[in-house]
Design a protein around this ligand. Sequence first.
Ligand code: FES
Length: 101
Amino acid sequence: MSWTKVASLADIPQGTMKQVTIDDLDIALYHTAEGLFATSDVCTHASAFLTDGKLVGCIVECPKHGGKFDVKTGAAKAFPCVIPVETFAVETRGEEIWLDA
Ligand code: FES
């Protein structure tokens, strides 16, 4: 694990999400009213990018079968998702967003 600059705050307005890639890892970065969070961008049910789905509050809905995850904890919140997604630490340094992956 090491810290990498992945975006600027201007790139991801509150209420939106963005895919970032570190090495071969596809990571979803979320800007919620509760802050910035990051998880694997790959749904644990089958193969879909969560960033192609919908972000409502701190819950992301997968575009493929409608499963849901809590972006703060990675916990699966709606069937057919039962396996949590991996989470990553995020921090801001001034206007920059850094991720530990
Ligand atoms: Fe995400 Fe099925 S691939 S819910």
